[in-house]
Design a protein around this ligand. Structure first.
Ligand code: ZN
Length: 318
């Protein structure tokens, strides 16, 4: 029996052209491209996974890049921001580096006692960098942009947060950590029991009349961790018992997935930690070659001809 959800596993979003996406997440945000594969349901499109050096759950942001994607926009019923954890004392270096690169950002701001900045990725997806002790122990502060802490949190924008809040607290085992108001937004914070990487979910409501749209720069779904198949199956039964329409287990090669829509409209997934990203290539070689699931391997040449080439930017090390 699972007791509680430990935190986020990955977040999946939609982007425009893949090279622009790689340049930003590897070149600017210093994420590691940990897997270059295709959308299993549409193998003419990439599926790019970024994470920390060890490609650990709770650090993985993935994209379906569409060369001709229409612009998306966050709105009620969607995840609206992804926040990375920066070690305490590391934000000044990030602000200096972003300013050097002429990349605009808001801040520094304070939220629930933590210092943060916010910026937009090339497709308009809101990315936050938040100074925190959660999951950032041991990160080298002497780096010019100290990173590798993975996720701090995800923000969900909801018309009414009550039922989503009850799912987090009564089913997932999160605790309500507080409420804050800023700029016409009301924000409720929820913490997973472990307090580690990716353990924060914020729910916001907004006075602004707006409707969201899936497209480049929007978040498609938010995945939580299950430590193995047995734990995931228990969650499937619990959620079905609560009346949620949960999918059967789906093999995503690097994890097994179940999906359901939470009461506020955001697509949730529960993904297993195993087998992980080193299942089909060595940890030190992650992301260098195009990896295909077995069912698409016979079409490799056609797929490779259709996919636009990607060049990895020089990943700065100190
Ligand atoms: Zn997913």
């Amino acid at each position: 029996m699972p007791q509680t959800i430990p935190g986020l596993h990955h977040v999946t979003a939609i982007s425009g052209p893949p090279q622009t996406n790689v340049d930003f997440y590897v070149g600017t945000l210093l994420q590691r491209l940990v897997k270059k594969t295709v959308n299993f349901d549409d193998p003419g499109t990439y599926h790019l996974y970024y994470g920390n050096q060890q490609a650990e759950p709770g650090t993985i942001l993935t994209f379906f890049p569409f060369v001709n994607a229409g612009p998306g926009r966050a709105g009620p019923g969607m995840a609206s921001a992804v926040a990375y954890a920066i070690p305490k004392g590391g934000l000044n270096a990030w602000m200096a580096a972003l300013a050097d690169a002429a990349i605009e950002f808001d801040g520094p701001l304070e939220r629930f006692g933590e210092q943060m900045i916010a910026l937009a990725d090339p497709d308009g997806l809101r990315i936050e960098l938040i100074e925190t002790n959660r999951g950032t122990a041991g990160i080298d502060l002497s780096d010019d942009r100290p990173v590798d802490g993975g996720f701090h949190s995800v923000t969900l924008w909801l018309d009414n947060p009550d039922r989503t809040a009850r799912l987090l607290t009564d089913v997932f085992g999160y605790t309500h950590a507080g409420e804050a108001s800023d700029g016409g937004q009301n924000r409720h914070r929820f913490l997973a029991g472990g307090q580690g990487r990716g353990s924060v979910i914020d729910l916001i409501t907004s006075d602004a009349a707006s409707s969201g749209r899936q497209g480049a720069g929007s978040i498609h779904h938010v995945a939580f961790r299950a430590e193995n198949d047995q734990v995931q199956q228990a969650w499937q039964e619990i959620l079905r018992g609560q009346g949620f329409d949960v999918t059967p287990q789906i093999d995503r090669q690097y994890f097994n997935a179940i999906y359901f829509r939470e009461p506020g409209g955001v697509l949730f997934e529960i993904a297993t930690d195993p087998p992980g990203f080193a299942t089909d290539e060595a940890l030190d070689a992650l992301g260098q070659e195009l990896k295909l699931p077995r069912q698409h391997e016979p079409l490799r040449r056609r797929i490779e001809q259709r996919l636009p080439p990607i060049t990895l930017p020089q990943r700065r090390t100190k």
